[in-house]
Design a protein around this ligand. Structure first.
Ligand code: SAH
Length: 257
């Protein structure tokens, strides 16, 4: 017994069949293209750029809940896509409450520490800020949300290059990245309103103290290597640094170039 469908088929004219074939081909091509697009989109990462929810949760649970209050800092932490600054394999963990490896034995700091140090720096719009230890570029991006005048120095050239690339790709055009030794500071652009050090020296580097403007703040972990250090806020007043201890912290060492 023949089916109605096959009978119907036998009644189609040749132009109709060609039309049908063309339609099927177009549908397939459009489908394949759409498939490509989805696989290329940052959908590989569980945290998509358009999906702010994990970041908002990070700010609420890890940062606000621990007492960071500066709305400008909280806003910056909500906007900067941390997952863009970590290697692909670390992206699923980008909004977790911990530091993550970024290659070359270095780490991107825990989000809370980034927020706390930024708050302690008291950045005003228009301030000139120096960061020592660019790493992934994430802290520099947070600073760039607060002022366009951000200078950052990284001793490992390949990290400096990658950080600069990431910052440019995400539109942080004004951040100046230098591959070099942070112990020397960046005298050409001194004095700075704020200096933030994201690796730990055993003592406050002299050049950095000199390059801080009167009234400026330096946020810096100081202490022996590979153990706990103390996070300090230093304020320059009448040419001298007045220090305030904040909390015990653990940073990678600030190495000598
Ligand atoms: N702020 C970074 C994380 C910093 S990790 C971020 O947001 O990702 C500390 C970085 O300090 C490392 O990349 C390390 O290579 C760098 N570093 C160590 N000693 C340094 C020095 N003397 N000068 C500049 N950078 C240094």
């Amino acid at each position: 017994m023949t089916t109605g469908a096959s009978r119907g088929c036998s009644r189609w004219t040749r132009p109709q069949l060609w039309g049908m074939l063309l339609w099927l081909l177009t549908a397939c091509l459009v489908g394949c293209r759409a498939g490509d697009d989805t696989s290329r989109a940052p959908a590989e990462s569980p945290t998509q750029p358009s999906d702010d929810a994990p970041r908002q949760m990070m700010v609420r649970r890890q940062i606000r809940a621990r007492g960071v209050k500066d709305e400008r800092v909280l806003g910056a932490m909500e906007r900067v896509p941390r997952h863009e600054f970590v290697p692909a394999a670390q992206r699923p963990y980008a909004y977790e409450d911990r530091p993550l490896p970024i290659g070359k034995g270095q780490t991107i700091s825990q989000p809370y520490i980034v927020a706390l140090m930024t708050e302690l720096l008291e950045v005003e719009e228009g301030d000139k800020v120096l960061e020592i230890g660019t790493g992934s570029g994430y802290q520099a991006a947070i600073l760039a949300e607060l002022t366009p005048h951000v200078y950052t120095i990284e001793i490992i050239t390949s990290l400096a290059e990658r950080a600069e690339e990431t910052l440019r790709r995400l539109g942080y055009e004004t951040v100046q990245v230098k591959a070099g030794d942070g112990y020397l500071g960046w005298p050409e652009h001194a004095p700075f309103d704020g200096i933030i050090v994201t690796c730990a020296p055993e003592e406050v580097p002299e050049a950095l103290a000199e390059q801080l403007r009167e009234g400026g703040r330096m946020v810096i972990p100081v202490g022996p290597q590979w153990t706990h250090q103390t996070l300090y806020v230093l304020r320059k007043s009448e040419g001298r640094l007045r220090q305030k201890e904040v909390i015990p912290v653990r940073f990678v060492p600030m190495v000598h170039g």
